[in-house]
Design a protein around this ligand. Sequence first.
Ligand code: LMR
Length: 397
Amino acid sequence: MFESVQPAAPDPIFGLTKLFRADSNPEKINLAAGIYQDNFGKTPALECVQQAVRRIADRAVDRQYLPIDGNSRYNEAIAEVLLGADHPAIADQRYCTIQTLGGTSALKVAADTIFSLFGKKKIWFSDPTWGNHLHIFGSAGHETDSYPWIDQSRTALDFDRLTESLNQIPSGDVIVLHGCCHNPTGVDPTPEQWKTIKEIVQQRGLLTIFDIAYQGFAESLEADASIIRQFCESSDDLMICNSFSKNFSLYNERVGGLTITSGNSQICQNILSHVKRSVRGNYSNPPHQGAAIVAEVLADEQLKSLWVSELETMRSRIIEMRAAFYKRMSELLPNADFSFVIAQRGMFSFTGLNPDQVDRLRDQYSIYLLKSGRINLAGLSNDNVERVCKAIASVAN
Ligand code: LMR
């Protein structure tokens, strides 16, 4: 059976990381995967995480399975980070949260649950979106389609085309929205634009799934979740897939969650029973360590405020790198307008580079970015920004 199998294409993001690791150029720069690096190109454990790990290590660990829905302290903490402790959905208990293996399995469990309850659905994504979205929902048996996101410059929101397209999505379809720090473009709607998007989506009766993997990387934990909080003020059904990989810098612990809000507590419990069946059919139950670390941090005021300030440090460094990149590119290519890099939010920006230019950056300069031209600004540092800008200017000419 296996003899005739041809190799699959490498993953567009992890495949590049593999190539990067194999590159022997000491000056290589990885701007591909969405991973935060400090000014020395490292992704060290946050101090709040190290303290939490030490505390956990001092306790006796129970080695039994976790429940299917995971660590309950962790799940309660997720809901508070996403919705805010005093959100009416929490007060009314019209939500449920499960621990998942990063944001990716939150999406997969959401996709499988929708399929098991309602059959094959059409799922709408922004064009472009995180490439894995289509893979996850497609492999769960759904049909995927897209609504426009960026304009012809590929650096700003095309709000008119977006709203026109949303207005035509049939009622009962499913829409996936990026809660903040749109991946891959870095282009987020303004609060006013979000209001309109919300009205259309709710008027049309679309089931909304929020993917929020970068909470805290645009403005603050609170501001970045504000559109999600507004969506679940009404009793409409909502699925929220979150990740702590980036904002806790816990990439290799697979820390995420799926939160569902709806009209009342009973509906949520009913849905939760099906979500748990999906988990059981995927990975049975989640692992202990990552969720225990996050729960420990979020349960302790001192560790939590340390986390918030460490997250602020990461965010500020990325914003500084955006400014440095913009300044140097504007000097090197004075006729080109790079101001979009300042306006975009989170780790990513679309540079406007085409696939051929991206290949030249990799082959000639050992600088790695995605074929789409997406750059991870968190991979820039005071030391490498000059080299990156000069290389981009040379391939852009
Ligand atoms: C990315 O977009 O680079 C990250 O979300 C990493 C991943 O899993 O693709």
